[in-house]
Every structure is written in structure tokens, then in C-alpha cells.
Design a protein around this ligand. Structure first.
Ligand SMILES: [Zn+2]
Length: 225
């Protein structure tokens, strides 16, 4: 068995910070949660949403799955882990925002792109990522001569739009969005640079929301703050 000591050490460090240095917050959190947003992210170990957004305990209700996908609304007896998480966040926690948090170099989207060539991946993965098959088909149709890498980056963004559209098939999501009680956001994080883009519904483009990291921009920020 691999050594898990580093995780246990991490828990002790966290205990010290969470309970030792801020006991009031620990007590408040134990009483209940009121996160502002539901964030739907990928399972990828390199894009932990709480770390990347520098969020604290209780800030985000996080749902993670392969390729940060949302299936369409479908009521049957299957085990709907994603849909039940969305239901809880929207109908019970009454979050005001849902963020679909896609990222570059996504293995799930890579599997989706590869599935165009042959057999779907794995026992479950291929069928799961096929939720975004329309995104893959659009990319292959519109940029057939681009490199596989460029196609994958485009598909990562397109699949965010599929998830945003699928979110609107949930009647209680659609109702709250139409009443202005709930906002949907499509974000795309570049793990190589730290840059964050968002989908602008007016221009229909992913535009820069937070510039990529550079030491100069940090100095600039410190000067203005
Ligand atoms: Zn991913």
C-alpha cells in the first residue's frame, strides 16, 4: 500500500488552522452551509476548484465529475448523482450562481475526441463523455484540418456550452434563471498559464476574465490595492 502519511500530516495541519486559529468559523460551519455558488468541475487532480479560486470552507458547493459535464434532465430510476447534486444546490441551498468550470488538457475531453476514431473509452467513461458528443462533432465539422490539440482545446470550450444548455433543461433551473434568481456561468481555466476565460453570451466567445499570471501583474495589483 502506498504511504498516505502526507495526507495525514495535511489533516493535522488543516486541523491546526481550521480549529486552532479560527474556532468561530468551525462552529458556524458545523451549524449549516450557505454557499453562494454551485461549481461543476472536473475530477482532474490538477484543477481543484477550491484551491484554484482560493475559496474557503463553505464558499462553494462543488460537484466534480469526468470533464465537468451536466447530463440533460431525465427522470427515471437510474442513480442520478449529478442531477441530485444540482437539485440540492438549487432547490435546497438556493445558490445564486452555477459555474461550469472547464479546463485545458482535459483527459475526459481527450477520451471524447478519441472516441471519434474508434471504441469508446472504458466501461463507463465513453458513455459518460458522450454527453458532449455534439460538441466534438461540431469541432470536427468546423475545424477538420486543425491539429488534434487545437481541436481538443476547442472541444473543451464547446462542451461547457453543452453543459450550460443541459442545465436549462432542469425545470427548476430554467424557472430561477428566467426570474433572475439564478445565473449560469461558463468558465474555462488554462492550467498552463492560470488564465481564466468566460463565455460571453452576447459575443458568443470565451473572453479573458482573469489574465494569465505574470510577476508584473502581481506588482501592479499590489500597487493599486
Ligand atoms: Zn478534465
Amino acid at each position: 500500500m502506498a504511504d498516505v502519511t502526507k495526507f495525514l500530516t495535511g489533516i493535522r495541519t488543516f486541523q491546526q488552522q481550521h480549529f486552532g486559529e479560527n474556532p468561530e468559523l468551525a462552529t458556524t460551519l458545523a451549524e449549516g452551509q450557505k454557499p453562494q455558488a454551485l461549481l461543476i468541475g472536473c475530477c482532474d487532480s490538477r484543477v481543484d476548484p477550491a484551491l484554484v479560486t482560493d475559496s474557503s470552507q463553505g464558499d462553494l458547493f462543488i460537484l466534480r465529475n469526468i470533464a465537468n459535464l451536466v447530463p440533460p434532465y431525465l427522470k427515471n430510476d437510474d442513480y442520478h448523482g449529478v442531477s441530485s447534486s444540482i437539485e440540492y444546490a438549487v432547490c435546497h441551498l438556493e445558490v445564486s450562481d452555477i459555474i461550469v468550470f472547464g479546463h485545458s488538457n482535459c483527459g475526459g475531453i481527450g477520451a471524447l475526441m478519441d472516441s471519434a476514431q474508434g471504441e469508446p473509452a472504458g466501461e463507463f467513461i465513453g458513455n459518460w463523455v458522450s454527453i458532449a458528443a455534439s460538441a466534438r462533432d461540431k469541432v470536427l465539422r468546423e475545424m477538420p484540418n486543425e491539429s488534434a490539440e487545437k481541436q481538443a482545446r476547442a472541444c473543451e470550450k464547446e462542451s461547457i456550452l453543452v453543459s450550460l444548455r443541459n442545465l436549462m433543461t432542469f425545470p427548476w433551473v430554467k424557472e430561477r434563471v428566467s426570474k433572475g434568481q439564478l445565473s449560469l456561468h461558463g468558465w474555462y481555466y488554462n492550467m498552463g498559464t492560470g488564465q481564466l476565460r468566460y463565455y460571453n453570451q452576447l459575443t458568443r466567445e470565451f473572453e479573458v476574465l482573469v489574465k494569465h499570471y505574470s510577476p508584473d501583474s502581481q506588482e501592479e495589483q499590489q500597487k493599486t490595492s
